[in-house]
Design a protein around this ligand. Structure first.
Ligand SMILES: O=C(O)CCC(=O)C(=O)O
Ligand SMILES: [Fe+2]
Length: 221
């Protein structure tokens, strides 16, 4: 048993009911290893792309694992890109997701029941943003586990009613873990800006930001 699992990055902070931030949760070598995997994911069979929302390309580019997300549904095949099936959801990510829940104070039952089956992997360049939205295309209300690598961003974490106030602006840095479930699972959230040139050396990325959100779709084939 690890008595002090957060030794490297400090204790997780409770941001709202069901929402937790664990700074520096991923070690630098873990971050760099994940960036290496990211380079493989973007190589296909489904290339990274900017999803189109009502005819407009998002500024963020996304590649998916397990299930492919397109506004506003999950499919196995990337029918809005090239029709290919997305890469499988890796086992190591299931384990990482469970570790994330365990280390943010979730119960053994919640940890054991957590079986993420999709990841949206976003790449933000210096000027990319993400507007306030809810993650609500999943049928399961299991927590979303979010990992950040590369440049810092300002993450706006809001309320479950609307895109406006009250919200909390947080700086997410390379290696940070953010988990939102329970009463916060359907909170609006977004990325208001990227802070260029803030990525730590040796995190694997020299420019931009990667964010991985793993989720449980609640879908079966
Ligand atoms: O980049 C982030 O930290 C958030 C990404 C996000 O909200 C999403 O992919 O739905
Ligand atoms: Fe989201």
């Amino acid at each position: 048993m690890t008595l002090f699992p957060m030794d490297d990055g400090g204790s997780p902070r409770r941001i709202a009911n069901g929402a937790f931030l664990a700074p520096g949760w991923l070690a630098l070598d873990e971050q760099a290893w994940i960036v290496g995997e990211f380079r493989r994911w973007v190589a296909g069979p489904v290339p990274i792309r900017a999803a189109k929302v009502r005819g407009h390309e998002m500024s963020v580019r996304t590649v998916c694992l397990g299930w492919h997300w397109q506004p506003y549904e999950y499919t196995r095949d990337a029918t809005d890109v090239n029709g290919a099936r997305v890469l499988p959801f890796p086992d190591w990510m299931v384990r990482l997701g469970r570790r994330a829940l365990r280390e943010t104070g979730h119960s053994d039952a919640e940890v054991e029941a957590y079986a993420p089956d999709t990841a949206l992997v976003n790449y933000y360049d210096d000027v990319a943003r993400m507007g306030m939205h809810q993650d609500k295309d999943e049928r399961s209300l299991a927590p979303v586990v979010s990992l950040s690598i590369g440049d810092d961003c300002t993450f706006r974490f809001g309320n479950t009613e609307n895109r406006g106030k009250p919200y909390t602006d947080l700086r997410l840095c390379s290696g940070d873990l953010f988990v939102f479930g329970g009463a916060s699972r359907l909170a609006y959230h977004g990325i208001t800006r990227i802070h260029p040139h803030t990525a730590p050396e040796n995190c694997g990325l020299t420019t931009g930001r990667i964010n991985i959100t793993m989720r449980m779709t609640g879908l079966t084939d």
